[in-house]
Design a protein around this ligand. Structure first.
Ligand code: HOZ
Length: 428
């Protein structure tokens, strides 16, 4: 494949943008390639600046659950665009989207729109601290909640991919109140709660971890977490930026039957435009300014284009059978990949929750970040590069999930399985 234009753009970009990219993972450093520069996308396919097409399993890191350029989203955006791009004032669209979120997610009685997942988690933590009068919070190794100072401790995603221990620029005092413990480890959670429960404002968790590869919660873990939080007066925050409207219409909390106190959203609720949101119990959300004293604001929050794209997306997701169909397609893909690896004699650990998928080059089960880190990263790099050569666009890190959209038809899925099978045989 000719990639001259991407190459030239990357050279230019590196002079102007740190690392040539606006978010670290996409620089592809962990897999030893240069990033592709993208010119367009359609359905389940994405096209680089040189015109090469790929089957896309990044889906803009989660938002594109309908596939790219879904007609309903494009039309809604065109209508909104005719009317203006930003007002910095309330609109009907915001009220409509807030209503859809509240109706979809029973634990969310009020919701505040922001501009990214990072803003959502940062604001939820502030609210939890303000409401409880406690400073500490618990997170989990390998979970990633955006790039807020105090949330970068033992984080997944780019922090894991680039093996960054801690970021310069984050004062020690900012992370002194962050307690990071292993995911899926109930005794570790019980211990931290027993020792520090009275000082902990909140536990924040990705109910399905998607930033250390895909790691599902072990049976009963989220239920036990909910119970422990209640026992210690600790608020439970679900970071559903990836899982919200993805693993079920009502997110992971619907799937596992848990009611967190606060939830964070992003990605899908913006339909591919920059959006985040946090919401939860009315008594908590009422403490946000101007209704209450806890401050949080944003010039572009509730942006009409983003609201229109989010609304159009959510309406499509409510179509009968949407998630069942997506589930079948995702199952077809993961089963096919697992079978291809087995036939090749290549040990892999696979995981799937709805249309979020994970494939680790590991012969052990992966339930935690420590398990994920013991995967064969060299093998992943080769797999990534060769899949790209065969026209399959995967997340360039073992520590990311991959996403199936409604636009991934059986042909695309079977072509992916075939490409992977050929590569697996060479990787053994
Ligand atoms: N941190 C996101 C993935 N979990 C985005 C990565 C990127 O855009 O580079």
């Amino acid at each position: 494949m000719v990639k001259n234009k991407s190459k030239a753009l990357f050279e230019r970009a590196q002079q102007l943008i740190p690392g040539g990219v606006n978010s670290p993972v996409r620089a592809c450093r962990a897999v030893g390639t240069d990033p592709l520069f993208i010119s367009r996308a359609d359905g389940c396919r994405i096209y680089d600046a040189d015109g090469n097409g790929y089957i896309d399993y990044i889906g803009s890191w989660g938002p594109m659950i309908l596939g790219h350029r879904h007609p309903a989203v494009v039309e809604a955006l065109a209508r909104a665009l005719e009317l203006g791009t930003s007002y910095g004032a309330p609109t009907e669209l915001e009220v409509e989207l807030a209503q859809m979120v509240v109706e979809a997610v029973p634990s969310v009685e009020m919701v505040r729109m922001v501009n990214s997942g990072t803003e959502a988690t940062m604001s939820a933590i502030r609210l939890a601290r303000g409401a409880t009068g406690r400073d500490m919070f618990v997170k989990f190794d390998g979970c990633y909640h955006g790039h807020t100072d105090s949330l970068l401790v033992s984080a997944g995603s780019g922090v894991a991919t680039l093996a960054i221990a801690g970021s310069p620029g984050v004062p020690q005092a900012f992370v002194d109140h962050t307690l990071s413990i292993p995911y899926n480890d109930l005794p570790a959670l019980e211990k931290v709660m027993a020792e520090k429960g009275t000082r902990i404002a909140a536990v924040i968790i990705e109910p399905v971890a998607g930033n250390m590869g895909l790691v599902a919660p072990v049976e009963g873990y989220l239920q036990a977490l909910r119970k422990l939080c209640d026992q210690h007066g600790v608020l439970l925050i679900f970071d559903e930026v990836m899982t919200g409207f993805r693993v079920a219409y009502g997110g992971a909390q619907e799937l596992y039957g848990i009611k967190p106190d606060l939830s964070c959203f992003g990605k899908i609720i913006g339909g591919g435009l920059p959006v985040g949101a946090y919401g939860g119990r009315r008594d908590l959300m009422s403490q946000i300014a101007p209704q209450g004293p806890i401050y949080q604001a944003g010039t572009l929050s509730g942006n009409p284009l983003a609201m229109a794209a989010g609304l159009a997306t959510l309406k499509e997701l409510r179509q009968p059978g949407f998630y069942e169909k997506l589930d079948q397609a995702s199952d077809r893909l993961l089963r096919g990949l697992a079978q291809a690896a087995q036939q090749a004699g290549l040990p892999v650990a696979t995981a799937r929750v709805g249309s979020m998928l994970g494939l680790f080059f590991a012969s052990h089960p992966v339930h935690s970040f420590a398990d994920a880190k013991r995967s064969n990263l060299g093998r992943f790099s080769k797999y990534y590069q060769q899949m790209l050569d065969r026209g399959v666009y995967l997340a360039p890190s073992q520590f990311e999930a991959f996403f199936v959209s409604a636009a991934h038809d059986p042909n695309a899925i079977d072509a992916t399985i075939q490409a992977a099978g050929e590569i697996f045989r060479k990787l053994v």
